[in-house]
Design a protein around this ligand. Structure first.
Ligand code: TXA
Ligand code: MG
Length: 338
């Protein structure tokens, strides 16, 4: 594996490597992606292998200009067009009916393809220089926390890829919102970096999973996902400290040898009460000022850090279920499942 900075020369090299069938890790605004030429089934197969990803979980195809849609999709419905005009490039992935030329391995045999136009200039240049479109899942071993820095990738997949392009930390920090545009009423299959509210402002009614009669989430939205090695206990918004602290102090009193615990809270309002309890070796605030964007951008890096520090137990609190908070809560929930 070769790690490289994002000089134009290196981006050309990375693009050429993708065209030659190699695996290149590229920075995007959401998380780092493990990219390969979407029209090269062998290269795509190596992506699945490198991640140990099950073949039933399809990949997102990344484009660097709107015209690329024509190479992937048989139609671009009016509502999809509206979303593209307003929100692309950006952290939004649209499911569209696929062209037969798109290899089945990319879409896990589905007759739809996921398409994303990233806004990160490094990602766009690499795709452009590759001369193709790029299939790229998040660059983490399957089921583990997604990477938001080049170092996260180097530590976990470093020996299984050809190049890692370092574009600095990812600004959004959670994966793109996935929306199925093949239905009359579009359906969000994964909450992510594009808030639902913004999508509804543009196209009106949108279904969300979890509700009765709602859509089935994406094939990759397994219950256990984004999981740190630590056991993560997830608590309702605003429930730390109160009743929980009482329960915890009881448990620690009963077993003083219990493993050191870390806590994750959304804003600084309750951190001091947690600190006074003396129960936690470490308390992390996702955003001191309660800023949801900052919280999202820090979440995965924090989970990586707590794992590296060897914490066995993490107590985390949900954040308010609005804007990017939906994506944060979704990732925390899946991280809490084993
Ligand atoms: O932000 C992102 O989307 C990042 C960066 C690298 O672009 N990529 C990413 O890819 O998160 P991945 O593979 O980790 O997640 C892709 C999700 C999975 O849940 C997969 O099941 C879903 O998209 N997906 C892909 N194609 C689909 C399809 N045709 N229908 C339904 N869901 C699909
Ligand atoms: Mg992923």
């Amino acid at each position: 594996m070769e790690m490289m900075d994002s000089s134009d020369e290196n981006l050309r090299k990375a693009g050429a490597a993708i065209a030659a069938g190699k695996l290149v890790v590229i920075p995007t605004e959401t998380v780092y992606g493990l990219g390969a030429d979407a029209f090269n089934p062998d290269a795509v197969a190596r992506v699945f292998e490198a991640k140990r990803r099950p073949a039933f979980d399809p990949l997102i195809i990344h484009i660097s200009r709107l015209d690329d849609i024509e190479r992937i999709a048989t139609s671009f419905p009016p509502k999809a067009r509206l979303l593209a005009e307003a929100l692309w490039p950006g952290p939004l992935t649209m499911i569209l009916p696929k062209r037969p030329e798109v290899p089945d391995i990319v879409t896990s045999g589905l007759d739809t393809a996921a398409v994303r136009f990233p806004v990160h200039p490094v990602a766009r240049k690499i795709i452009e220089y590759s001369g193709t479109v790029v299939a790229a899942p998040s660059a983490n071993p399957f089921g583990y926390i997604s990477p938001t820095t080049a170092l996260h990738v180097a530590k976990t997949l470093g020996d299984r890829v050809d190049f890692i392009v370092d574009g600095g930390p990812c600004a959004v920090g959670v994966e793109s919102t996935v929306i199925d545009m093949t239905r009359d009423i579009p359906a969000v299959l994964r909450p992510g970096g594009m808030p639902l509210e913004r999508i509804r402002d543009i196209i009106g009614e949108v279904l969300i999973p979890g509700k009765k009669g709602g859509p089935i989430a994406s094939p990759g939205q397994l219950k256990s996902h984004y999981a740190p090695r630590a056991t993560l206990y997830l608590h309702p918004w605003n429930s730390l400290p109160n009743a929980l602290l009482q329960a915890l102090s009881g448990a620690v009193a009963a077993d003083p040898s219990a493993a050191p615990m870390a806590a994750i809270v959304f804003d600084s309002s309750r951190a001091s009460i947690l600190a006074e309890s003396g129960l936690f070796r470490r308390i992390d605030v996702l955003s001191e000022r309660g800023d949801m964007r900052e919280a999202a951008s820090r979440l995965f890096a924090l989970l990586h850090e707590l794992d590296a520090a060897g914490f066995g137990i993490i107590h985390a609190e949900r954040v308010p279920e609005e804007g990017l908070g939906r994506a944060i809560n979704d990732r925390l929930y899946r991280a809490s499942k084993k």
